[in-house]
Write a protein that binds this ligand. Sequence first.
Ligand code: ALA
Length: 414
Amino acid sequence: MFDAKQLRADFPVLVNNPDLVYLDSAATSLKPTPVLAAVAEYYEQYTANIKRGIYKASMKATEEYERSRDAVCQLIGASRDEIIFTRNTTEGLNLVMYALGTNIIEPGDEIVTTIMEHHSNFVPWQQLAIQNGADLKIMGITSTGGLDIYDSHSGGVTLGGIVTKKTKILALTHVSNVLGTINPIKDIIASARRINPAIVVVVDGAQAVQHLSVDVRDLDCDFYAFSSHKMYGPTGVGVLYGKKARLEAMPPFQYGGEMIQEVHLDHTLFAELPEKFEAGTPAIAEIIGLRHAVEYLRSLASQDAELHTKRLLSQLHEQITALSTDRLTVLSNTNLEENVGVFTFSIEGAHPHDIASILDESNISVRAGHHCAMPLHNQLNKAASTRVSLGVYNTVSDIEAFINGLQKVLNIFS
Ligand code: ALA
């Protein structure tokens, strides 16, 4: 039986700050003890560079590093040569844009993305379209915060209005960081492939892997990028999954150490996958820590922790309705079945930064601003918003504290 109160003992930040109401897990999650212990163990017991040393500590570090790759493979159903360690989701998406996008996009081609993208999965494609003379086409959203992709007759997903045979790349998020919306990626990809079987589909999974079970083969995406730090792992590590045939056909993204087989004065033979895309010394300790985050996540999934987060989101919505104010506008997805646990809102006459500062006086951490999603905010006619995002360690008391804090905000700005 899942018990969030008990689980909080796994998170030193919560133990050390018992009054903290942390509602910003979409920005970064807190880290459990096994992850921190694995990072410390590497630094305290066997610090060494990987793949370079013929001595015990180096071999152990290399082994632990590769065990993380195995753990990620199991998490998302990929094989070892399809998992590239990057710095973060942004770097993974940029890798695809530079190493593949710049080589395949020609004048007159189309790139399709959505209005709900984080800048990391929007700006690279926008810039590629500008540089290579392609058209950037953007899927819109409905009034409840889902993608506007459903056929009015059949109710099924149809991209007929936006993806065409000229669309070479479809880049979209699995879960929106502002709306909380879970996009029906599998149906979207199937619909896109019916129109253009050769389309390259790039998925931003940064807000998804910590909430949903992801199987990249079942989704049939070409690329899937995510970050360790949002899934209870260390900062400084990202994962890029790529279909083997795609990665093999791409040139390296960065040149340097460890991504080569042989270097001659006039040419270089590159390493096989995945090393071809892992130039230089990586974030060794953090990647070792990532395996423990994956294991933690798997144990949460077996306890059905997501059901707990969903219940908290429903409680939050019920209590917001009970406030019966017409000055608060909910911007996140109000179809809670489609929402991973994000509540984004605005209050008439109150700047989101002021809202966040007032909440912070009660030790409540939320995010305020455009959340790296300016096109979406423009579409919603808001310069900025305030966002609550839930993690597995949140409790009924956290929601109550937030509602009390919000009442204080409404009183101040009445
Ligand atoms: N992308 C992270 C967020 O949405 C930082 O907050």
